[in-house]
Design a binder for this molecule. Structure first.
Ligand code: CAA
Length: 402
């Protein structure tokens, strides 16, 4: 029994592991090389009910929750990080509707997402607005009962493949705090086209594309939440929910790499014995294992806290993303090191883990942004620590110097 996980979670974990081993691992290299979206994996996931895990039964899902989603993303990513994120991005794309959509929007769109018939993606970042998500330039201008969207989006995972896009655009350029709004834009809407497909270092099974909007008209009922000006808040709430998923992808990658490295170490003989008998290798493996477990349980804690709507979840989600993705980078790099010369070669799967891990430190908020979110929350919480006043130098305390 693993901490945090009930029988229900474990059932899904087992199902995800079986699918990962039978369907994903055997084709991971082929899709990485071809840089193609694995439709057969999506079909298998949809058939077995994986697409409705994070959606309430009120809207056709199984209501299994965020923690189940994370456990499944972890298992898929243990076999292929690209396929792990190609799946997880459906949650990211649908979270704006789930956390902020109107009842009508939920009823209209979530059932199709839950069956896997409708794939979703998230359009926030732009060429000139990555970490500074508040500075997007795409616009949406109200014209009667429609909004006209113009602009471009960059780095949309599953762009082109997805059927439904959560798109953020400026609706009030004069406002500071209510500048942007989020819209549901279906693929095929006139004026909505796809641009460049990126050629990537890792996660190559998940297509990443530009989105282009030229006088693209959507009805006002596609404004997420029905009220303009709340786009930035909706984006932040979405990312709070999605970051544990990226963190779970990182845990899966780290676990997969650790297993390859450990198995290689018991097989590989040098200086008359298996390299697993050398203390320097043992130290590496032990530290990798401890870090993977620490990251895993922080991810589970963050997903569980979000599911239970506990306070301060932004901080916990950011901490999980930071710790798990930095761990994935370190563990996959060390796994390549343990494989030595073989590790550097594309003949073996380990170098792919290192390539796939890198993006987890960048997308859904760079790890520098995660540190910012954590530090801001810490500083805010510090006002509750006034019981420490007697232990702080008098001359440092507010007002003493005045
Ligand atoms: N929940 C709700 N509201 C929030 C919030 C949260 N977690 N965080 C901030 N807000 C609110 C604030 O309360 C504030 O509201 P008021 O104006 O009413 O006071 C408002 O939003 C602005 O907040 P900040 O002043 O903190 O905003 P900022 O401009 O300083 O930005 C930031 C903060 C944390 C750096 C933010 O811009 C950010 O998270 N940037 C990273 C964006 C990101 O993660 N992009 C990834 C895109 S998805 C992806 O990677 C693609 C993919 O396909 C996988």
């Amino acid at each position: 029994m693993l901490p945090f996980l009930t029988d229900h979670h474990l059932e899904w974990k087992e199902k995800a592991r079986a699918l990962a081993e039978n369907v994903v691992r055997p084709i991971a290299r082929e899709y990485d090389e071809a840089q193609e979206y694995p439709t057969e994996v999506k079909d298998a996931l949809a058939k077995e009910g994986f697409m409705g895990l994070w959606i309430s039964p009120d809207y056709g899902g199984s209501g299994s929750g965020l923690l189940t989603l994370c456990v499944c993303v972890e298992e898929l990513s243990r076999a292929c990080g690209g396929i792990g994120v190609a799946y997880a991005v459906n949650a990211l794309g649908s979270f704006p509707i789930i956390v902020a959509g109107t009842e009508d929007q939920k009823k209209r769109y979530l059932p199709g997402i839950a069956t896997g018939e409708t794939l979703t993606a998230f359009g926030l970042s732009e060429k000139f607005a990555g970490s500074d998500a508040g500075s997007i330039r795409s616009t949406a201008v109200k014209d009667g009962d429609e909004y006209i969207i113009n602009g471009e989006k960059k780095w949309t995972t599953n762009g082109g493949v997805a059927h439904l896009y959560s798109v953020f655009a400026v609706t009030d350029p004069e406002s500071k705090s209510r500048r942007t709004s989020a819209f549901i834009v279906p693929k095929g809407t006139p004026g909505f086209e796809f641009g460049k497909t990126e050629d990537k270092m890792g996660i190559r099974a998940a297509p990443v594309r530009e989105l282009r909007f030229t006088d693209c008209r959507v009805p006002t009922e596609n404004l997420i939440g029905g009220q303009p000006g709340l786009g930035f808040k909706h984006a932040m709430m979405t990312l709070d929910h999605a970051r544990p998923g990226v963190a779970a992808q990182a845990v899966g990658l780290a676990q997969g790499a650790l297993e390859y490295a450990t198995y290689y170490a018991i097989k590989r003989e040098q200086f008359g014995g298996p390299i697993s008998s050398f203390q320097m290798i043992q130290q590496m493996l032990a530290e990798m294992s401890a870090k993977v477990d620490a990251a895993r349980y922080l991810v589970y804690a963050a997903a569980d806290a979000l599911e239970r709507k506990l306070p301060n979840t932004s901080k916990l989600a950011a901490e999980a993303k930071l710790l798990a993705t930095d761990t994935a980078m370190e563990v996959t790099t060390n796994a390549v090191q343990i494989f030595g010369g073989y590790g550097f070669m594309k003949d073996y799967p380990i170098e792919k883990y290192m390539r796939d891990a890198k993006i987890t430190q960048i997308y859904e908020g760079t790890n520098q942004v995660q540190r910012l979110v954590i530090a801001r929350a810490l500083v805010k919480e510090a006002s509750q620590l006034s019981f420490l006043d007697p232990y702080i130098p008098k001359e440092v305390q507010k007002g003493v110097n005045d």
